[in-house]
Design a protein around this ligand. Structure first.
Ligand SMILES: [Ca+2]
Ligand SMILES: [Ca+2]
Ligand SMILES: [Ca+2]
Length: 290
């Protein structure tokens, strides 16, 4: 106990030997800064924080706590991002026993042009993982059915995060027409973004021989992308060979099984189901087969 107390005790400087604290020094008063009133929270929302009101600042890795306190309440939080990389926003509501079915809309420094959301339908608590640039990001949280009340609590944490997976190559633009489709093959995992006014096509060719069975998948929403994608495969005469969408509630990632005759080429287009797009709308397209 005594040793522990010594280890936690703030270092005192002797007169005449004072020096600037080193960057690795722990904060001297770690319990004093935030004024949060809920145990376990680093910062409470500051109402009013609706449209046109100041957003509540949320530090990276801080646990922010709020409540959809009345019908129609929308809470805005602002996150200062000082890195170029991946930003995650994890919202917890149902998972902490709250009745709130939350929707999260995230706006990057460019405003509407880099907006993305999660939380449609009866999906679980929203989670966004997006490629981020430095600047001020704003998260808006509301209850999808417009309900609210004292018990409609939630927590939100913004963090610098790891990229969503491993890919073998990035999409090569322009791939905006069938004739400009990016060639892909078995074993490829392609990182792509469906940007504003963007069309993305990929071409896969079967080797000569008896033909192959392929599975084309797009991992996205389930890993934190705002994009709910569908895949459409076209044959050489632009006939539709197959299609896979995001499931009944639109919140699954598509996977398309395809048989190609030997030497045949299929062109795959990836589309967002409600025509949403932008730099946050990333996906990982994978091609599996023999
Ligand atoms: Ca609120
Ligand atoms: Ca693209
Ligand atoms: Ca494109």
């Amino acid at each position: 106990m005594f040793v522990l107390w010594l280890a936690c005790r703030p270092q005192l400087s002797s007169p005449g030997t004072a020096s600037a604290p080193e960057a690795s020094d722990p904060p001297v008063e770690p319990t004093m800064s935030t004024g949060a009133t809920v145990p376990g929270c680093d910062v409470d929302e500051i109402e009013p924080n609706g449209f046109g009101d100041p957003a509540t600042p949320l530090g990276l890795d801080d646990r922010g706590c709020g409540t959809i306190g009345e019908a129609g309440d929308t809470d805005h939080w602002t996150v200062a991002v000082d890195f170029e990389g991946w930003l995650s926003l994890q919202v917890s509501a149902a998972s902490i026993g709250s009745p709130a079915n939350l929707r999260l809309v995230l706006d990057g420094p460019e405003g509407d042009s880099d907006r993305g959301s999660q939380g449609v339908g009866q999906s679980p608590d929203p989670y966004l993982l997006v490629p981020a640039v430095p600047g001020s990001w704003t998260a808006a949280l509301d209850e999808e059915s417009g309900r609210g009340g004292v018990g409609y609590a939630y927590e939100v944490i913004a963090s610098e995060a790891k990229e969503p997976g491993i890919w073998t190559a990035s999409e090569v633009e322009p791939n905006n027409a069938v004739g400009d489709a990016m060639a892909v093959g078995t074993g490829d995992v392609i990182y792509g973004e469906l940007d504003r006014l963007d069309l993305d096509f990929f071409a896969v060719e079967a080797p000569p021989g008896p033909g192959v069975d392929l599975t084309i998948s797009a991992a996205a929403y389930g890993l934190g992308s705002p994009g709910i994608f569908e895949l459409v495969a076209y044959g050489e005469d632009l006939e539709t060979l197959g299609r896979a969408d995001g499931g009944l509630d639109g919140a699954l990632d598509p996977s398309l099984s395809l048989h190609l005759e030997g030497g045949a080429t299929a062109t795959i287009q990836i589309l967002e189901q409600s025509a949403q797009s932008g730099p946050l709308y990333w996906y990982l397209l994978s091609v599996e087969g023999p």
